[in-house]
Design a protein around this ligand. Structure first.
Ligand SMILES: CC(C)C[C@H](NC(=O)C[C@H](N)C(=O)O)C(=O)O
Ligand SMILES: [Zn+2]
Ligand SMILES: [Zn+2]
Length: 385
């Protein structure tokens, strides 16, 4: 089916004016003024009064559910397509977390394939919190080189009472393997690191970067906004050329305990000129467990993928220019994760497009050229929704 979005303000992320977007199959074929196609059936989408943004990329989602930190009953539910679409998300990277025993990589892969069949683009990390990592093939290098959906390893827990307390050597070898497998497969081979509240913070990553040939860009630490010390260390780490990722799912209690709200963390990074090294991710369907200072479990919430754009929209409403705010969930993750054809409204790129209204609310979502939401109404839901 051929579609033309007419007269829409286009944010590549950078603003390129009010133009038409020609969509053929799953690709953006042309971006120009007054595109006219004769002789074939064309679906016209009125872009007047709307802004076209690249489809959002959420590069840390527990798509098969996660949690369990409060026992079996606190294992969180798997994601459904409608939540992903409501969040304007068109590319999702699935991950396992604390529980790499009852949650399997095979199930993660199958859920990623299911979401792909339902209409969004998916990739996964091999491994889970623990080192040595669980794998499909017995080797993270084979997983990365042989399984197309695997783009990296994670989330590997560090500075956290739930981590496997990996030695520096274990972490070096895991990262070196991911890096070389990435090079051999043309993938990012990124190591998504779960940052806990431990006082060592990012020290281990900095030590590896300073004592080996491994570049700082091989690591992708998330939850860097979870407390003020880690956030400030994260800014220094980003100034060293490192990538940092802020989690958007939260709970009012966490803000009281010092978590830096993602929309504020985003604004600070722009003010410090660090915007190109930073992303936002939702931790959707992951657990947001609360522990007291004796590290006893006291409760748990579930992360929501819809928090991803909500935090970007809060930043926009807080004065951040839209073309800067959306970089954190479009072109930045696409570059860091080497996602070809993703993260920009550009000729030849995948037709992943979100239209927002004058209040920056999500109005339409197009994923791989298919309309998933039209005028705020879902046109597609998951198989069993
Ligand atoms: C950033 C904070 C608020 C949430 C964070 N969530 C996870 O890491 C995912 C979770 N462990 C799971 O496996 O589902 C945490 O637990 O520290
Ligand atoms: Zn985590
Ligand atoms: Zn997580």
């Amino acid at each position: 089916m051929i579609k033309i979005i007419k007269n829409v303000d286009i944010y590549m992320p950078q603003y390129i004016g009010k133009k038409d977007i020609l969509i053929v199959a799953d690709k953006i074929l042309k971006v120009d003024k007054d595109i006219v196609i004769d002789g074939v059936e064309v679906e016209i989408i009125d872009g007047d009064g709307k802004k076209a943004l690249p489809g959002f990329i959420d590069s840390h989602v527990h798509i098969t559910g996660g949690g369990g930190e409060g026992g079996y009953k606190t294992r969180t539910p798997e994601i459904v397509l409608s939540d992903i679409i409501r969040g304007g998300i068109t590319t999702v990277i699935g991950t396992l977390g604390t529980d790499g025993i009852t949650r399997s990589l095979e199930n993660l892969y199958a859920k990623a394939k299911a979401l792909e069949e339902e209409g969004v683009t998916t990739f996964i990390y091999t491994g889970s919190y623990r080192v040595p990592p669980i794998t499909f093939t017995g080797s993270i290098m084979k997983d990365l080189i042989l399984i197309d959906k695997v783009i990296g390893v994670g989330e590997i827990a560090l500075s956290d009472h739930r981590s496997s307390q990996p030695s520096l050597d274990e972490l070096k070898r895991l990262t070196a393997d991911a890096r070389v497998a990435g090079i051999l497969s043309g993938k990012a081979g990124i190591v998504n690191i779960h940052m806990g509240d431990g006082k060592a913070g990012l020290d281990a990553l900095i030590e590896i970067v300073e004592t080996t040939e491994i570049p700082i860009t091989q690591f992708y630490p998330t939850h860097v906004n979870r407390n003020p010390d880690l956030f400030n260390q994260g800014l220094e780490y980003a100034k060293m050329g490192g990538f940092i990722d802020f989690t958007t799912s939260s709970d009012p209690v966490f803000y009281e305990e010092g978590e830096v709200k993602a929309s504020i963390a985003l604004k600070i990074c722009i003010e410090k000129g660090l915007e190109d090294n930073v992303t936002l991710t939702s931790d959707g369907q992951g657990s947001l467990p609360k522990f007291n200072d004796k590290r006893e479990f006291i409760g748990l919430q579930v992360g929501r993928v819809t928090s991803l754009y909500n935090e970007v929209r809060d930043a926009i409403l807080d004065g951040v220019p839209i073309e800067k705010a959306i970089k954190f969930i479009t072109v930045n993750p696409a570059r860091i994760l080497k996602l070809k054809g993703k993260g920009q409204i550009k000729e030849g790129y995948d037709a992943d497009i979100v239209l927002v209204d004058e209040d920056y609310c999500i109005n339409d979502v197009i994923s791989k050229g298919n309309i998933m939401m039209r005028d705020k109404k879902l046109e597609k839901v998951g198989t069993f929704e």
